[in-house]
Design a protein. Structure first.
Length: 494
């Protein structure tokens, strides 16, 4: 393809030209919004609200651009996500496991052809050129089926795919065209994630700049525009954090029924969607006990939530134990568990060594250094600019907690999530007894990055940037996303 024949200089110059042209147009629009919203006298409350509104408008615009410019199947594992969503839409909530532990299913022949045509060129440049071929596939009614394997997504709970599953059901009412069905599923996934993320930013009483920065990562936008459930999970966790912080710092008096409903539903959703993020539920202990009324009520609710969360978590672990996602590389869940229980210190050493060697790699990946199937390399300038923004904002916060327990909960929660991520990849994807890890990616960590930043530095009253500081911070993040889109566009089109 054309992209792979370009020189390194051309791969840099062409995105810069695109970036300059499109970036100027985008910034003109943003400047108009800025002038309309921030001119005149504003009190602190109005300015804070306008910051959030300005951010939301720009965020929606960028989400639309990513949605348009990221082709089908150009995001890692999207073919497996589509198989999982499609089979669920046909009533197969749990994927069958064969004797080797592979997640398999029989799908209409054209569904397999559609997916295989889509991923045929996804590892190389020019993916967008295959859209015409994808548009010809409809769901065949001749009864002919093909067997497909998607063990990696069979491990995911059905609740992980709620938005895209609803989108698939809706699309199938009106069309049999698989191209349109998949884009509709993507749209429902994207709009759900964007709404959850923006709602979290509007609701949080503290640390809103942390939420904004993480939400603006190019990797987050890529996941938002695809069938991958990561963006939905991120939005849900952000909203969970924001509501609990609001209950702690803003709400006064006893919790109402709506609060209990939200806490129960989201706690169970998080535990069922991604087991590795279950420690996020520890944030419930940030809510003052007196808000539950009597001590008896507090103990009852905490006990019921804990029991329900544990039941959901252990129940799904039991279900997915039949799968062996990386059999070809020698992984075996049972053997690996036996190895770890007998060699705990060696296992801990493997984890620490791995994090030491790959820490910077995962930080860059988390922001968006390797896009697509980790084959679209973005210049280091992008993650470095985002890290500079994080450091700048981080230094503005002052550490001010009502108790040491608050800080401990906020810091230990993401640490536990990171440990569970590594443990799950070691158990399910790495060869039994190996001294290394396979499968860990930076995008697994950004859902809990907000918690780590809050735990390290937070104050109970939100500081406010000046209008100029907020604009500079936001513009730099927008510009880095436009540059990322330029490189992505060049790769998938040529």
């Amino acid at each position: 393809m054309v992209y792979e024949k370009l020189t390194t200089g051309q791969k840099i110059k062409i995105p810069i030209l695109f970036f300059l042209g499109f970036g100027v147009i985008y910034l003109l629009i943003k400047e108009i919004i800025y002038l309309l919203m921030f001119t005149g006298k504003n009190d602190r409350r109005q300015t804070v609200d306008k910051e959030k509104i300005c951010f939301a408008l720009g965020y929606v615009m960028l989400s639309v651009l990513y949605f348009i410019m990221v082709p089908l199947f150009s995001v890692q594992d999207e073919q497996a996500h589509f198989f999982r969503v499609y089979t669920m839409s046909e009533g197969e909530i749990l994927t069958e496991a064969n004797e080797d532990g592979e997640g398999i299913s029989d799908v209409p022949r054209n569904v397999k052809f559609f997916v295989y045509e889509g991923i045929r060129n996804s590892y190389h440049s020019g993916a967008r050129l295959h859209d015409k071929r994808l548009k010809i596939y409809d769901i065949n009614d001749d009864g002919k089926t093909e067997r497909v394997e998607f063990t990696n997504t069979a491990l995911n709970s059905p609740t992980t795919y709620l938005p895209s599953l609803i989108g698939t059901w809706v699309a199938k009412i009106f069309t049999k065209n698989l191209y349109n069905i998949m884009y509709t599923a993507r749209f429902f996934n994207a709009i759900t994630a964007v709404l959850l993320i923006l709602l979290a930013i509007f609701l949080t009483p503290v640390g809103k700049y942390y939420f904004m920065i993480v939400a603006m990562f190019p990797m987050v936008f890529q996941e938002v525009s695809s069938l991958a459930p990561d963006a939905f999970v991120t939005g849900l966790i952000m909203l969970y954090i924001a509501v609990i912080l609001r209950l702690k710092y803003v709400h006064k008096g006893k919790l109402k029924k709506k609060h209990y409903v939200f806490l129960y539903v989201t706690t169970l959703l998080i535990c069922s969607i991604k087991l590795v993020y279950a420690p996020v539920c520890l944030l419930l202990f940030l809510i003052p006990k007196e808000y539950f009324g009597k001590l008896k009520n507090y103990l009852i609710h905490v006990g019921v939530m804990a029991a329900a969360a544990l039941t959901v978590t252990l129940g799904w672990m039991g279900i997915v134990s039949v799968y062996n996602p990386n059999l070809k590389n020698g992984s075996n869940n049972d053997l690996q568990t036996e190895f770890l229980t007998g060699n705990i210190f060696r296992g801990v050493g493997v984890f620490f060594t791995y994090m030491y060697k790959t820490f910077s790699k995962h930080i860059f990946e988390m922001v968006g250094y390797n896009m697509g199937w980790q084959n679209i390399r973005i210049t280091l300038i992008v993650p470095l600019i985002f890290l500079a923004v994080i450091v700048t904002v981080f230094t503005r916060y002052k550490k001010n907690y009502e108790s040491t327990l608050d800080s401990l909960i906020l810091i230990s929660t993401p640490v536990l999530c990171v440990i569970l991520v590594m443990l799950s990849e070691y158990l399910y994807w790495t060869r039994a007894g190996a001294g290394y890890l396979i499968g860990v990616q930076g995008r697994y960590f950004y859902p809990v990055l907000v918690l780590l930043l809050l735990g390290l530095k937070l104050r109970d009253k939100e500081f406010r940037m000046s209008v100029g500081q907020f604009r500079d911070m936001y513009y730099w993040m927008v510009l880095m996303n436009i540059f990322t889109l330029a490189i992505f566009w060049l790769y998938v089109l040529y």
